[in-house]
Write a protein that binds this ligand. Structure first.
Ligand code: SER
Length: 317
């Protein structure tokens, strides 16, 4: 029997593409998209859609009952940069939404949950290169704190209540459909849009800021894969390290220049530089590769080519 899936935060950067992919796999009517508003009309009109506040337990519960949901992907969150501006709002949304779905799963109404963590669980005291799965996690952002605490709660609910919750620590995600919002890694998306529109970009991170990143197709593949493996194969119930590519603003600019020779970049670091400096530059994801055969497909060159081709179609049809 096919799963009946609810995606919370379906209009966001990852939610948009995850919804499309899950509908391809499970059928449009088996995947209910939800978000706090209808900002992505294409997605809203593409299949079942519910306006849902991720902070409202009863609303999530009622939606799950009326649509006979057994699997939830909780993609709603305030990201790192926005979280620094609105700390209490970030705590409220990121933690309460997680408790709501964990508590629904505790009653066995929900059989399986996906909840994303992030490289933001790490902090300035974490080993920066090839950051191991198990290491020091002393995050210095509110977003990172919510992810770290969230990971502990996921593992707790798995151990105490047998809740089948699965999680990966996403790096910065690069995509050409929905824009990211409020993250420190957003520059790596904006740069492609500005390259096509204006031929230049001013980066809010310095040229040598090396961060772990991933093309959206790989992120979606990882998400689908971890949700598809037998529960017994998973040895991590907090969150898996996940890695694909790591680069600096200078590297990505050079990969764009290879296709758009007149492209120029300037650097004007802002408050997000401090956040980026607290995160690893590369991640060791060998446990994910071993447990559920994770592997990525996109390197920087292939990603740049894919981004520029698709954004060219969007801006210069
Ligand atoms: N992309 C996120 C951010 O920058 C990290 O998970 O906040």
């Amino acid at each position: 029997m096919s799963s009946k899936i609810l995606i919370i935060g379906a209009c966001g950067q990852i939610g948009t593409e995850l919804t499309t992919k899950l509908r391809e796999i499970h059928g449009v009517d088996n995947v209910v998209a939800s978000d706090i508003n209808t900002r992505n009309l294409e997605l809203v009109n593409a299949g079942p859609f519910v306006i849902l506040d991720a902070k409202n337990f009863n609303a999530i519960k009622d939606c799950c009952i009326s649509h006979k949901i057994d699997t939830i992907y909780l993609m709603a969150a305030l990201l790192s940069a926005t979280g620094e501006k609105y700390p209490m709002e970030a705590w409220d949304l990121n933690m309460n939404s997680l408790f709501h779905v964990l508590n629904l799963a505790k009653t066995k109404q929900i059989k399986k949950i996906f909840w994303p963590s992030s490289i933001a669980v790490f902090g300035p005291t974490t080993p920066r290169e090839h950051t191991p799965q198990h290491t020091i996690c002393e995050p210095t952002t509110v977003y990172g704190i919510t992810k770290q605490v969230g990971e502990r709660w996921c593992e707790y609910y798995y151990n105490k209540y047998d809740v089948d919750v699965r999680s990966i620590r996403y790096p910065g995600i690069i995509s050409h459909k929905a824009m990211p919002g409020g993250g420190t890694t957003d520059y790596a998306v904006e740069i492609y849009h500005e390259a096509i529109k204006k031929g230049k970009y001013e980066s809010f991170l310095s040229e040598k800021t090396h961060l772990p990143m991933m093309f959206m197709d790989d992120a979606i593949k990882a998400t689908i894969d971890i949700m598809s493996v037998p529960s017994k194969d998973l040895t991590i119930r907090s969150s898996y390290n996940l890695s694909a590519i790591s680069f600096t603003p200078e590297d990505i600019a050079n990969s764009i220049k290879a296709e758009i020779p007149h492209f120029t970049i300037t650097y004007k670091p802002d408050f997000r530089q401090e956040i980026a400096d607290s995160w690893p530059s590369s991640i060791d994801d060998s446990v994910a590769r071993k447990d559920w055969n994770w592997s990525h497909d996109f390197n920087l060159e292939r990603m740049t080519s894919e981004m520029l081709t698709n954004l060219n179609k969007k801006y210069k049809p």
